[in-house]
Write a protein that binds this ligand. Structure first.
Ligand code: COA
Ligand code: AMP
Length: 632
């Protein structure tokens, strides 16, 4: 097996040679002029001058190379009691027809298409269909409310929206069409058409002239071929939480993305063509984009789309059933899913009911992997359990144990070392690299490797301000932590207002904007408090306007509902309390970090700049009323 250090060092000293070699695995319609365009720092472009089609590389090429009859996608849906298996040939034909339908309704290269869908094969087909004709997709997670969808419609300005009549959550059908209609009402930009997949669980009322039925539209469409696009053209926009209510539109290009993702399948995940790979996430998140759709298909694997939960659909054996039934070799999910399974089946009794002999490696990401969860999974599954760290912006792992290069000893709580291509450094306030084991801002020296964000949609200035302005020549990840003596990274916390709830990244700033919009609220703060199942949960503290004579029992449920209506159920915002005032510094900055420490039962020092230390006692009492700090 190749030596990790020499491969990593090569990626640092000869990035262009390194990535040009990786790029040989991709089919190009035209070769690049240069591997890396570094003429306009801090903006970098990979493979300028090259042309390719991502859909061709993910689908058609495999049919042409003899994988036409191999399964490309297995849809497994315990919530509907159904399954569907689609071969590469069938996938190509479906995608070509869907692309034809988009094109015949006016979608052209460079146009945006929003995809607001549950975990059904049509979501993958629609994404690939956009890629086929050079349209830019923007998938919006189904757990977001109409307001969030509207914000994205106004930013991306889609010509078309693809949706479905409903999603299915355990115990309830979530009708998407009313949310879609409301979002279009709220947004200033209006799409020309919506294509809606009719699911038997709910009927969608179609707006005449605007809305189209998926089946009828595809049946009437002619299949179309792949259109070559520039390597630097956007493949998709994926919105992610920032520090405000305005999400950031992370742009992904075509060329660098295809190269990096294909490279990652063998080198990080140790997966070969023909093997079954399963990422138990949602197409609405980056994990879904990269590891349900693009990477496994680029590698010629069979990918699994699972419409269910780790527990309750119907039991904590759901993951093991899918692995056994479909022959999954490598799986990827979030630690929170394992915490949910462990809670319902602490002894792992469901594991022994299934034949997991093909299952080789479990990868975890999306949030910090606590050692207890890691040990439990290792102990019960008896296979390597690999934590790895990345984010929407990078699109693939920044730090991982590269199982296809040279597995390193696992250190529980650390996602191992920087992956080839990433020069990760931990910086102090002045931008100097700190000593081993010292905490700092985890940053990546520019240029970032292929596949990572070249910019934010229509907003180079925000890209620069959010990520590149803190340290000259570095990308700021927003995470804080340290490197140990052996270069293992330890990701400990965020340096901004982003929290992580059940592996979902959410903005407390956005939640505060929602609370502040309530007519009775004068001031508010939202903090992320530790939770044994979901990692963190948002907790709201509100000060009511003077003169408001309504009781907290009237106002608080309205705030919970407002959050669900404005951000969506995924915010998991259920805990909020009224306080007389918020702790602040003398200059008026709300002391959120101190309140979080109180909620988590951590020691804290009373900040010297606090305007009135007595407030902290009141806050401690209020949080205690919500059950914080929690035991264990
Ligand atoms: N559409 C509509 N609503 C959705 C939704 C969707 N696609 N996804 C989640 N929701 C709703 C849930 O029904 C829940 O609503 P409720 O408050 O009425 O119960 C709420 O959003 C919170 O969802 P979630 O945080 O996912 O909690 P949960 O209790 O339903 O499930 C876990 C908890 C741990 C089982 C679940 O979060 C999970 O499987 N997470 C694992 C992995 C993952 O997908 N990570 C993403 C990145 S890798
Ligand atoms: P997202 O963009 O939604 O994928 O969220 C990315 C953020 O989740 C990162 O910046 C981290 O804060 C956190 N995260 C993801 N994976 C890990 C991990 N393995 N360990 C610690 N934190 C993680």
């Amino acid at each position: 097996m190749a030596d990790f250090h020499s491969i990593y060092n090569r990626s640092m000293h000869d990035p262009e040679g390194f990535w040009a070699e990786a790029a040989a695995e991709i089919h190009w319609d035209k070769k690049w002029d240069r591997v890396l365009d570094d003429s306009n720092p801090p903006f970098y472009r990979w493979f300028p001058g090259a042309q390719l089609n991502t859909c061709y590389n993910a689908v058609d090429v495999h049919v042409e190379n003899g994988r036409g009859d191999q399964l490309a996608l297995i849809y497994d849906s315990p919530v509907t009691g159904s399954q569907r298996k689609i071969s590469y040939r069938e996938l190509r034909d479906l995608v070509a027809r869907c692309a034809g339908a988009l094109q015949s309704h006016g979608v052209a290269k460079g146009d945006r298409v929003i995809i607001y869908m549950p975990m059904v094969p049509e979501a993958t087909i629609a994404m690939l269909a956009c890629a086929r004709i050079g349209a830019i997709h923007s998938v919006v997670f189904g757990g977001f409310a109409a307001n969030e969808l509207a914000t994205r419609i106004d930013d991306a300005k889609p010509k078309m929206i693809v949706s479905a009549s409903c999603g299915i959550e355990p115990g309830r059908v979530v009708e998407y069409k009313p949310l879609l209609d409301e979002a279009i009402d709220l947004s200033s930009h209006k799409p020309e058409h919506c294509i809606v997949v009719a699911r038997p669980q709910a009927t969608a009322a179609l707006v005449a002239g605007r809305d189209l039925d998926w089946s009828d539209t595809l049946a009437a469409a002619d299949p179309v071929d792949c259109v070559p696009v520039a390597a630097t053209d956007p493949l998709y926009i994926l919105y992610t939480s920032g520090t405000t209510g305005q999400p950031k539109g992370v742009v992904r290009d075509n060329g660098g993305h295809a190269v990096a993702l294909k490279w990652s399948m063998k080198n990080i995940y140790d997966v070969d063509p023909g093997q079954v790979y399963w990422a138990a996430s949602d197409v609405g998140w980056v994990v879904g984009h990269s590891y349900i759709v693009y990477a496994p298909l680029l590698q010629g694997c069979t990918t699994v789309m699972f419409e269910g939960k780790p527990v309750g659909t119907p039991d904590p054996g759901a993951f093991w059933r899918v692995i056994a039934e479909h022959g999954v070799e490598v799986m990827f999910t979030a630690p929170t899913a394992f915490r949910a399974i462990k809670k319902d089946d602490p002894d792992g009794e469901f594991i022994s009911k299934y034949d997991l002999s093909k299952f080789r490696i479990l990868f975890l990401a999306g949030e910090r992997c606590d050692p207890d969860t890691l040990h439990w999974a290792e102990d019960k599954l008896k296979i390597p359990v690999i934590d790895h760290w990345w984010q929407t912006e990078t699109g693939w792992a920044i730090a991982a144990n590269c199982m296809g290069i040279e597995p390193a000893p696992v250190r529980p709580g650390s996602p191992t070392r920087a992956v080839p291509g990433y020069d990760v450094q931990v910086l102090d306030e002045e931008g100097r690299e700190v000593a081993a084991n010292d905490m700092g801002a985890i940053s990546i020296k520019l240029p970032l490797p292929p596949g990572t964000l070249p910019t934010l949609w229509n907003n180079d200035a925000r890209y620069r301000d959010s990520y590149l302005s803190r340290y000259d020549g570095y990308y700021l990840t927003g995470d804080a932590g340290y490197k140990d003596d052996d270069g293992y990274l330890w990701i400990m916390s965020r340096i901004d207002d982003v929290i992580n709830v059940a592996g979902h990244r959410l903005s407390t700033g956005a939640m505060e904007e929602v609370l502040a919009s309530h007519p009775d609220v004068a001031e508010c703060a939202v903090i992320g408090a530790a939770d044994t199942l979901k990692g963190q949960l948002p907790v709201g503290l509100v000060v009511l306007k003077s003169g408001v004579d309504r009781s907290p029992s009237e106002v608080l449920p309205e705030l919970v509902k407002l959050m669900r209506d404005k951000i969506g159920p995924v915010a998991a915002f259920k805990q909020v309390t009224v306080v007389k005032r918020l702790p602040k510094t003398r200059s008026g900055k709300v002391l959120r970090a101190t309140m979080r420490k109180i909620a988590d039962g951590e020691d804290y020092t009373v900040p010297a700049t606090i305007d009135d230390p007595a407030i902290l006692t009141e806050i401690t009492q209020s949080l205690s009323g919500l059950g914080y700090p929690k035991a264990g």
